[in-house]
Design a protein around this ligand. Structure first.
Ligand SMILES: NC(=O)c1ccc[n+]([C@@H]2O[C@H](COP(=O)([O-])OP(=O)(O)OC[C@H]3O[C@@H](n4cnc5c(N)ncnc54)[C@H](OP(=O)(O)O)[C@@H]3O)[C@@H](O)[C@H]2O)c1
Length: 293
């Protein structure tokens, strides 16, 4: 496995994975909707303009590649009747991969989607993500699926608003927060080993914490300004979410994350792909000043 095409390499998790693949010595290409944005991030990488809703662009991008790594996310304001990258996009990716002889498809999925269907919770976004996994399993192409717990990047890139880390409700079960750089090294390792083909990996960090514990740890070690946790009642988000799709997305993911009884399931992952080392404290302390800081 030498030549890897990354789809979604400009995203929050796609960026560190792209860097780790380059660092590991792979020949990396990026399929990007906006080549200028991708070039600014990765000046030395081969950028191919494309869109997962455009089958021809996928066929052209896949030609000559060994593997495809998929790091897509649902638009947070989408409605079920919209085209979705992980539904129509995945169909197009599989069809193009079959036609061009791709040797492995790797997918960034999610651990918490397994909460779908429990305690009366059902979310159409999770239905799409679960179906994407099924389609890839049935594609006949060797695959690797990654199921990460919550990324530590959520604290500074998604939840940091002004001087507050904004939480929705209280989490009832701790999660094994993972740093994207640790995950990225595991992805790179998976492309180096044969046994990662047709394999599915739980991706979890070194220690478990609830949202409130994690946020406290993050705030204590965040170097740039004094922060506070602001916990809003989940019910308020749910109510507002009836009117505003973006808030509805936040309410649904928060409800699932707050209630999903995550258990540690990464012993095999750590043995095969390496052990994550980054704690929330180390992650926060190492944050460089960015536009969000
Ligand atoms: N946040 C967490 O804690 C967490 C935990 C577990 C799993 N995950 C999963 O991680 C995944 C990635 O999340 P993320 O935060 O990295 O997402 P993100 O920042 O929104 O990145 C999504 C990427 O997909 C690309 N993309 C979107 N639509 C596309 C299209 N039609 N054609 C080609 N490329 C397209 C985007 O390109 P542009 O630059 O052009 O927009 C971007 O590069 C999600 O599926 C999420 O469920 C997240």
């Amino acid at each position: 496995m030498k030549k890897i095409l990354v789809i979604g390499g400009t995203g929050m998790i796609g960026q560190p994975v792209t860097r780790a693949l380059i660092d590991a010595g792979f020949t990396v290409s990026l399929l990007a909707r906006d080549p200028q944005k991708a070039e600014a991030l990765f000046p030395d990488v081969h950028i191919i303009q494309g869109d997962v809703f455009d089958p021809l662009s996928l066929m052209l991008a896949f030609e000559g590649q060994d593997a495809v790594y998929i790091s897509l996310s649902p638009p947070r304001t989408a409605r079920p009747y919209h085209r979705m990258p992980e539904r129509e996009g995945i169909d197009n990716i599989i069809a193009a991969a079959q036609r061009t002889g791709i040797k492995r498809i790797a997918l960034l999925s999610s651990l918490v989607q397994q909460y779908n269907g429990t305690n009366g919770f059902r979310w159409w976004i999770f239905d799409i993500k679960l179906a994407a996994v099924q389609k890839i399993r049935q594609s006949g192409i060797p695959y690797t699926i990654f199921y990460p717990s919550t990324f530590m990047e959520s604290f500074d890139q998604l939840l940091l608003v002004g001087r507050h880390v904004l939480l929705a409700g209280h989490s009832q079960a701790p999660m094994y927060f993972i740093a994207a750089d640790d995950y990225a090294r595991q992805v790179a390792r998976s492309f180096q080993i044969q046994q990662a083909g047709n394999h599915e990996y739980a991706i979890q960090g070194p220690a478990a914490a609830t949202w409130q514990q994690g946020a406290a740890d993050f705030i204590q070690h965040y170097p740039h300004k004094r922060l506070r946790t602001l916990t809003m009642p989940l019910g308020m988000f749910k109510l507002m979410g009836r009117l505003i799709p973006l808030v509805d997305y936040g309410a649904k993911i928060s409800e699932a994350l707050n209630k999903y009884p995550e258990r540690f399931d990464s012993t095999a992952t750590w043995n095969e792909l390496g052990k994550p080392v980054t704690t929330i404290a180390a992650y926060a302390a190492g944050l460089k000043k960015s536009c969000k800081a």
